[in-house]
Design a protein around this ligand. Structure first.
Ligand code: SIN
Ligand code: FE2
Length: 221
């Protein structure tokens, strides 16, 4: 092809969707960022779940969460009637939470860097499992020792609508569609924004079946 033909082609070619979408001053979605890591992520996930299986937890208010949870890393996030807290041991086994797999750690670091947060060192990965109908109400992530580090949130499997709100629960939320492989990162001035997930719609994902898996990486301690 002559350069002339190439130029013409470039003019008519549809724009590829942007890989990084800002949803706040220091918050963005990295489209498809986790996809190249998928096989190793899923193998590592199975190993974690063999030691710390998904379970449904109860909130301090007495409601059973529709999302099933597990954790890996030095600190795991838990909730029961006495409150929300990070623990060093899985309350179900009394054993330390499984080590954070290297591939989890490296993906979280790479995503944070891509979003402008260098030197993210997560010590906690909450693993959320949503079946159709499961949702997460608007909340802030504020059980961490410091808010200096960002939150890195990986979506796998069924699509979701992520709600990204303001600093008050009643503030209007943006609706952000999230697909398999997308990663949301929020930190800095956006670190304490309310967020949640609308009920997952029925569906079947070719790789993960009837579920959405979310990894939420944090520096908790
Ligand atoms: C969370 O806020 O812990 C989970 C968010 C998500 O599932 O995308
Ligand atoms: Fe959260």
């Amino acid at each position: 092809m002559s350069p002339f033909t190439l130029d013409l082609f470039a003019d008519t070619e549809p724009e590829p969707p942007p890989k990084r979408e800002q949803i706040g001053e220091q918050a963005c979605v990295l489209r498809g960022f986790a996809l190249p890591w998928l096989d190793s992520l899923l193998t590592a996930l199975e190993e974690v779940l063999a030691v710390a299986p998904f379970r449904q937890m109860v909130t301090p208010g007495g409601f059973t969460m529709s999302v099933a949870l597990s954790s890996c890393g030095a600190l795991g996030w838990t909730t029961d009637r006495s409150g929300y807290k990070y623990t060093r041991n899985d309350p179900q086994t009394g054993q330390p939470w499984p080590k954070m797999p290297d591939v989890f750690f490296e993906l979280a670091k790479a995503a944070a860097r891509e979003a402008g947060f260098t030197d993210f060192v997560p010590d906690s990965c909450l693993i959320n499992r949503y079946v159709p109908g499961a949702k997460m109400s608007l909340h802030q992530d504020k059980d961490e020792g410091s808010y200096a580090a960002p939150i890195v949130s990986v979506s796998l499997g069924l699509p979701a609508t992520f709600l990204f709100g303001g600093f008050e629960r009643s503030d209007k939320s943006q609706r952000v569609p999230l697909l398999h492989g997308d990663i949301v990162v929020w930190g800095g001035v956006d670190r304490l924004r309310y967020h949640g997930v609308l009920p997952i719609k029925d569906g079947h994902h070719p790789r993960l079946g009837e579920q959405r898996i979310n990894f939420t990486f944090r520096k908790a301690g």
